[in-house]
Design a protein around this ligand. Structure first.
Ligand SMILES: C[S@@+](CC[C@H](N)C(=O)[O-])C[C@H]1O[C@@H](n2cnc3c(N)ncnc32)[C@H](O)[C@@H]1O
Length: 295
């Protein structure tokens, strides 16, 4: 955005402008930026410069806390334009209502959403354990008209937007939206139902693997998309991921209603989704799993 650079000249130094570029997102008509402490005094000038240079942006927010708590929401403060946190975001031919103050949302997962949707085969039943506003679920359902997606989220605002977004994109008959903790929802109603499970919550991936395994069908190859955060050098990150998964999968063999299940698995592929901190990477592993009854 050369116009933004132009508008910020005189407000910020070259170095500060470079920093700003790596820490700002545009979601529909809203721009969200991180402002370092030493630039806080200039936040309104920065906000107005963004407003002037990006035509479709009508509100600029400063992120005032990291994403936090169970809902993974960040606190924001309006620094320019209209103070309205609800917007419409478009991605891969779908439209999503997003309230940036009430739900988690990141445009930086766009490539990953398209990639996973492209892997889905005809007639699949999918469990999205941490659905947010249903971006993955709806893009999958829209691209694959014979698929069904069970979309779980613990945040009531996310679930409400998920239902609205399913209707907005005309997939409400195949995207089933469920409010609750993925653990309880899977144990209660989605055992052995999924050809594919999505786990887009890296912070709790290890702890929830047990429930992803519960959700997959018995006696066929299924897939789990496991998102994790790993610390290390970029060239070692896939080895670290493999070690993490070997460790977790060894633990799982479980009994339900007197039946005992066991698993074989292999990592079909791994991909760095993005760098989330210095030497910290978000990695997704596509795990092929076969679950069988243990006799
Ligand atoms: C990183 S976001 C999901 C992002 C989303 N998939 C996307 O593409 O925008 C994680 C979501 O998991 C939800 N969540 C956190 N803990 C949960 C739990 N135990 N069960 C179900 N959902 C949970 C949060 O409310 C949040 O919406």
């Amino acid at each position: 955005m050369p116009m933004l650079k132009e508008a910020l000249k005189g407000v910020l130094s070259e170095e500060e402008i470079r920093h700003l570029y790596t820490s700002f997102d545009v979601i529909g008509q809203i721009a969200i930026i991180k402002v370092p402490d030493e630039l806080l005094e200039k936040r309104y000038e920065i906000g107005n410069a963004i407003l002037r240079s990006i035509k479709h942006v009508r509100s600029v927010y400063m992120q005032v806390s990291p994403v936090k708590d169970a809902y993974r929401v960040r606190e924001v403060e309006c620094i320019a334009g209209v103070d309205d946190t609800l917007t419409i975001y478009k991605e891969h031919g779908c439209r999503f209502k997003v309230d940036v103050a009430k739900v988690y949302f990141s445009p930086r997962l766009s490539t990953e959403r398209a990639r996973i949707a492209s892997l889905v085969r005809d007639g699949e039943s999918i469990v999205n354990m941490f659905a947010g506003v249903c971006t993955f679920s709806i893009i999958i359902a829209k691209r694959n008209p014979t698929s069904t997606v069970y979309s779980i989220d613990i945040n009531p605002d996310a679930v409400m937007l998920c239902s609205e977004n399913s209707r907005l994109n005309k997939v409400e008959d195949r995207v089933h939206v469920i409010l609750g903790d993925a653990k309880e929802v899977i144990a209660g109603m989605l055992m052995n139902k999924a050809d594919r499970v999505l786990m887009p919550l890296p912070e709790r991936a290890k702890e929830y693997m047990k429930y992803a395994l519960m959700a997959v069908k018995v006696g066929q190859e299924c897939f789990i998309h496991y998102f994790t955060h790993l610390r290390g050098s970029k060239d070692k990150v896939y080895d670290i991921c493999r070690e993490e998964l070997d460790g977790i999968m060894q633990n799982y063999r479980y009994s339900v209603d007197g039946l005992d299940y066991r698993y074989t698995f292999n990592i079909a592929s791994m991909r760095i989704v993005r760098e989330v901190g210095p030497r910290v990477y978000q990695v997704v592993a596509d795990i092929a799993v076969r679950k069988s009854l243990y006799k």
